[in-house]
Design a protein around this ligand. Structure first.
Ligand code: PEP
Length: 250
């Protein structure tokens, strides 16, 4: 089966409002004839301004995280209700920076996944191993655990609103990219894990993005692989001159 390619840009903690609006406008212009599915995920404070630019275009609006509770006394957190109110369609969850810098565990990420799904969002669930885990031969086991735990309680009916992003932590922001072959092998493994949980048909349909130093120069080779269905892009998503060629890799 052919899965639609899905290219997402994670802007992380970059851009002021003026810069974000300018980039979003450049992306709307650059991607208006693009054939794939697109998303940009700016910081919370930029969402409202960027929403006004991407509304009605072929670019989805994503948030980089959400709180695990709907509302309440949670200083510093942002609720799914607030994100929905701004027109956010997708939430990135379990990004390695959330897992490792902010110590989010599988249970917390799973709580957020279920809450985001309950409120109608699409979820990009990030999985990926640390360098020491890869070197210890544990890459598959780590990705399997993060996938199984992240999807706990997700119904088969909601699975079409889940995208998985395989992001080996050692390749994020380091300039080191997994080879297309190595990435494809983990993607195939994660797809098998999804198949064990939901059946082969559901696994076939699952979009699995690759993330980790994707650039215009390596995007096409990665996307050519059987199990790689798109990209979650960090550094190269911060400029239209690099994101657009990745997003239009063929
Ligand atoms: C990311 O943070 O999701 C990412 C893949 O970053 P980069 O493209 O900069 O490696």
């Amino acid at each position: 089966m052919t899965r639609a390619y899905y290219i997402a840009g994670n802007w992380k903690m970059h851009k002021t409002r003026t810069e974000a609006v300018a980039l979003a406008k450049d992306l709307v212009a650059g991607l208006k004839d693009g054939k794939h599915t697109y998303l940009i995920a700016p910081s919370f404070t930029l969402l409202e301004s960027v929403a006004a630019v991407v509304k009605g275009t072929n670019i989805r609006l994503g948030a980089q995280d959400c709180a695990c509770e709907e509302q309440g006394a949670h200083t510093g957190e942002v609720s799914v209700l607030q994100l929905k109110d701004l027109g956010v369609q997708t939430v990135i969850l379990g990004h390695s920076e959330r897992r490792h810098l902010y110590k989010e565990d599988d249970a917390l990420i799973n709580k957020k996944v279920l809450l985001a799904l309950k409120h109608g969002f699409e979820v990009i669930l990030c999985v990926g191993e640390l360098l020491e885990e890869r070197e210890a031969g544990k890459a598959e086991a780590v990705c399997e655990r993060q996938t199984v735990e992240g999807l706990k309680g997700v119904t088969a009916g909601d699975l079409n609103r889940i995208v998985i992003a395989y992001e080996p932590v050692w390749a994020i922001g380091t300039g080191k990219t997994a080879t297309p072959e190595d990435a494809d092998a983990i993607h195939a493994y994660v797809r098998k894990v999804v198949g064990n949980l939901y059946g082969a048909g559901a696994a076939e349909k699952m979009i699995i993005q690759y993330g980790g130093s994707v650039k215009p120069e390596n995007a096409a080779a990665l996307m050519a692989k059987e199990n790689i269905d798109g990209a979650l892009v960090g550094g190269a998503a911060l400029q239209a001159s690099t994101f657009v060629p990745i997003a239009k890799f063929n």
